[in-house]
Design a protein. Structure first.
Lengths: 371, 287, 266
């Protein structure tokens, strides 16, 4: 059990990284609380698997340190870090039985046979594999195999952190949900730190207490699922999480507030025009917009039905703005006007929320030299 | 993949069937025909029953050739399979050296078999060959045309040179098909190099190694051209393997009956051993 | 330990190249030098042996003959193997498994067993001493191999491809040629490579079935060697030249060689 600290971490697969793009991980300073359930969320190629492999010790970072409980493990190989990992495709030892698979990490470490037996029986029971301990592992279904991979991590008592690299990729859709709740339940039970890598927001938001959102090799936000929804620190988070994603509208600044198509819109983070540089945008989720006769005039382009909600495509000046309304809500035929909830409407500069303090996992990306 | 039952598929197979039947069935019948008849060379044949089979099965000469054949086959299998696997394990998995290794190693496989014999003949000649001259220079009394032991050494070295690459290619194909995650999981599980080999690499190579052993077994049992060019079966009969003996009987002495009976027995031995090996290797697969 | 591992393949490659180096070395020497001296490098560098081969039709026609029947064999083997492999990979039919195994047993038959009956068979159908005879005889072991390799590649193509094409109104032959064959182009390449290889290296049957007109280079070499004494230099040059086509072919299919075997099914 340990707290994990990533300090000033960068990684590049190129021998001599030159351009910004050469860095798979641009700059990271993250701390993972002991016993937490974390999700690492981001699109393919955002660096999340790289980060995972650095924590597990399969990769050595080009720069920076990895600390487990303040002990530097940057140069330790995976087997000495006391970690476990479940991979995207189930890794099982074909020639062994389920029981032998579970016992493998213990036997490799010379644990005495009585303990091995007891641990295997206990974990087998926990994962609902008890009945098949003597079966050949290769004959199990994909979800059974993933359970074995997980079991090989759980069986060791010294494991600091269990990592999951998109573990549900090959699982049948109707079993995904089951296995996910099993994972959640196991986390409650064993209270080990777990890091769950995925590009699926549902998986991340249901599994984790804290979600780390990554994009282009950097962490853009760390927060609870509610934080990510209500206070996206970056327009990417707004886009990536939520369906449909956040409306991001280019805007100007006047009197500290946003101006779009000649209208002034109050925001939660007002700022003086002279204090910011870069591309200025205003972000607000469709959930936080409502039709109101006292609001801004918009044209309705399209209404689509999404089950309990309806998504209304509108145009505010030249900009598309989506509005999410409950099924029963009446949508004005013409002369529609909308109101944006001020608390959830924010200004962003170059994608980053203005006034957020970019300390949460982001430093001066891509600058400075690397030893 | 679930296949549909379709008897018309036979039409697709028909050309193959006709060609192979023409090549295999008619000659095989000819051989069977010879094997049960006696001739005095004037194209008149008499029914001989199973006499030739009895003769061959009881002949010292056949036993000796079969013994040499088995010795040869098992020796080269015992060398080529482990050596091939070891080389494949040591080969780089990616990078510019991969095609270089593969192309160079595949080279001996594409040399006509008599040229392989000729190359080794030239290479091993005690007076003008690099190998022969070097060995003699180092104080060994080496002469593969006179001493049976040296002939065997050369024969086996030649076969190892000729065919180990096939095992390497197959084993390598098996190795590169193992996803990285398996190695990573094994490292996390604290597995030793030996455990990685035993529980990951070997099981994943099992299928290709089965193919390798089968191919090498069949081909080494059928080997004719290379030894006949290199040693011609000599000195004496010391390197007369089954095929060489068979050709001596069939074409040299024109004893068609015994030669045919010998062919069939020979063929059946290969068939039986291949089937046995294949069944044993695949027995666990379906459990 | 880790740093020593590349040494193993490196040493093996050295072992691999030594006899070939010796062959090359000999091919550039004069007969006198070969018999009289032991030199690691030709002292009198001569192209004499190669010139002989390229100017004497009994020599160079050997290469032409070999290339003709090898190409012919490759075309025949792969062409008839394609529909058969398709049938094995897509359909279940009466006796399919037995047929597949029977095909493979033909690889087990020793060429020596078939030499004499082949001679009689091909004489009987008036094909003796033609390129076609050798090409057909070599299909005995090449067709099973081609079927085996192609079946492996075809099984890797999802059946939906076929079904989609039929829904789109393709007839079977048009689908097979226009869509299916390009999809498994790599497999066809691998199959061609192996057919080429096994036909190119075989000598016993090729020699048995030819006399003058279609005599393969390998046979020319053995006969010349015995007829005109021991012309080692010439023999070495001829041997060197037999390696060249193979080396070319390997280079082109280097990325597929290993894959071809891996995908095949026993």
């Amino acid at each position: 059990m340990a707290k994990i600290t990533l300090s000033d971490l960068r990684h590049s697969y190129a021998a001599r990284p030159i351009r910004d793009d050469d860095w798979a991980l641009k700059h990271l300073d993250v701390e993972w609380r002991d016993g937490g359930a974390y999700a690492l969320l981001g699109p393919s190629g955002c660096g999340k698997t790289t980060l995972l492999n650095i924590i597990s010790g399969l990769l050595r970072p080009s720069h920076g340190r990895v600390l487990f409980d303040d002990r530097d493990v940057t140069d330790l190989p995976p087997d000495q870090r006391h970690i476990a990992q479940v991979f995207q495709f189930p890794v099982i030892y074909d020639t062994m039985t389920v029981g032998q698979n579970l016992a493998f990490p213990l036997r490799n470490r010379g644990v005495d046979e009585a303990t091995v037996k007891a641990r295997v029986a206990e974990i087998g029971e926990m994962l609902e594999l008890s009945g098949m301990l003597d079966k050949r592992a290769k004959n199990l279904t994909a979800d059974g195999k993933q359970k074995i991979s997980l079991g090989r991590g759980l069986v060791r008592e010294d494991v600091n952190v269990i990592m999951f690299d998109e573990p549900l990729t090959v699982i049948d859709p109707h079993l995904k949900w089951q296995l996910r709740s099993k994972l959640k339940e196991l986390h409650q039970r064993v209270r080990r730190t777990m890091i769950y890598v995925t590009h699926d927001q549902t998986e991340a938001l249901t599994f984790a207490d804290q979600v780390v959102v990554m994009n282009m090799g950097e962490v853009v936000q760390i927060g609870t699922p509610v934080d990510l929804f209500e206070r996206p620190q970056h327009t990417f988070v707004g886009h990536f999480i939520g369906s449909p994603g956040m409306n991001v509208v280019p805007c100007g600044i006047a009197g500290g507030q946003a101006t779009v198509a000649g209208h002034t819109i109050p925001v939660a983070n007002p700022v003086a025009a002279g204090d910011v540089r870069g591309r200025i945008e205003m972000g607000v989720r469709p959930e936080f917009i409502a039709f109101d006769p006292g609001g801004l005039p918009v044209d309705i382009v399209k209404v689509s039905d999404a089950g309990r909600f309806r998504i209304v495509d509108t145009r505010l000046g030249d900009h598309s703005v989506k509005v999410l309304v409950d099924e029963g809500t009446e949508i004005p035929a013409d002369g529609a006007r909308i109101v944006l909830r001020t608390d959830n409407t924010r200004l962003y500069a170059d994608g980053w929320m203005i006034g957020a303090g970019r300390d949460a996992g982001r430093g001066d990306a891509g600058q400075g030299d690397v030893a | 993949m679930n296949k549909t039952v379709n008897q018309k598929a036979w039409f697709f197979v028909l050309p193959v069937l006709l060609l192979v039947a023409f090549n295999a069935f008619i000659p095989l019948m000819t051989v069977v025909n010879y094997s049960v008849q006696e001739t005095f060379g004037d194209n008149t044949f008499f029914w001989a029953g199973v006499i030739w089979f009895q003769d061959v099965l009881h002949s010292e000469r056949f036993h000796a050739a079969l013994g040499r054949q088995l010795t040869f086959t098992f020796t080269i299998l015992a060398i080529e399979i482990p050596l091939g696997v070891a080389i494949a394990l040591c080969m780089p998995r990616r990078g510019i050296w991969v095609p270089v290794c593969l192309v160079t190693m595949a080279l001996p496989l594409l040399i006509p078999w008599n040229v392989v014999g000729a190359i080794w003949n030239i290479f091993a000649l005690p007076d003008i060959g690099l190998l022969g001259r070097t060995l003699n220079g180092l104080g060994f009394d080496y002469n593969f045309t006179r001493q049976p032991g040296d002939a065997w050494f050369t024969l086996i070295a030649m076969d190892v040179w000729h065919w180990t690459s096939l095992v390497v290619l197959l084993a390598y194909a098996g190795l590169v098909s193992i996803p990285d995650a398996f190695y990573q999981a094994a490292r996390i599980d604290g597995a030793s190099s030996w455990a990685i080999f035993r529980y990951i690499q070997l099981p994943k190579m099992k299928r290709v190694l089965t193919i390798a052993v089968l191919l090498r077994f069949m081909d080494s049992f059928n080997i004719y051209t290379e030894p006949s060019v290199l040693t011609g079966g000599g000195p004496g009969n010391s390197t007369t393997l089954l095929s060489i003996d068979l050709v001596k009987v069939a074409l040299g002495q024109f004893d068609l009956g015994p030669a045919a009976a010998m062919s069939l027995i020979y063929f059946l031995i290969i068939l039986a051993m291949s089937w046995l090996f294949y069944t044993l290797m695949m027995r666990n697969e379906d459990q | 330990m880790k740093r020593l591992t590349p040494l193993v393949p490196a040493l093996y490659i050295v072992f691999m190249l030594l006899p070939i180096y010796w062959l090359l070395n000999m091919s550039f020497k004069t007969t006198n030098e070969i018999l009289g001296d032991f030199t690691l490098w030709p002292r009198e560098f001569t192209f004499e042996n190669y010139i002989t081969i390229f100017t004497d039709p009994t020599w160079y026609m050997g290469y032409v003959n070999s290339l003709i029947y090898v190409s012919l064999n490759t075309v025949i083997s792969v062409t008839v193997a394609l529909p058969a492999a398709y049938a094995f990979s897509r359909y279940r039919f009466l006796g399919d498994k037995h047929l597949f195994f029977w095909l493979l047993t033909n690889r087990m038959a020793p060429a020596a067993v078939f030499a004499l009956p082949f001679f009689q068979l091909y004489s009987a159908v008036n094909l003796f001493d033609t390129h076609l005879a050798v090409a057909l005889a070599h299909t005995l072991f090449n067709i099973p191999l081609a079927v085996w390799i192609l079946e492996g590649f075809m099984s890797g193509v999802p059946k939906q491809l076929d079904e989609t094409a039929y829904v789109d109104g393709y007839s079977f032959p048009r689908f097979f040629i226009r869509i299916f064959l390009p999809t498994i182009a790599a497999g066809i390449g691998v199959a061609c490579f192996f057919c080429f290889m096994f036909s190119w290296v075989e000598l016993l049957l090729a020699k048995t079935l030819t006399a003058v007109e279609a005599k393969p280079i390998a046979a020319t070499m053995t006969r010349t060697a015995s007829a005109s004494g021991y012309e080692l230099g010439l023999l070495a040059a001829a041997g060197t030249l037999t390696i060249v086509p193979g080396a070319f072919v390997i280079y082109f299919v280097r990325n597929y060689i290993a894959k071809g075997f891996a995908l095949g099914r026993v």
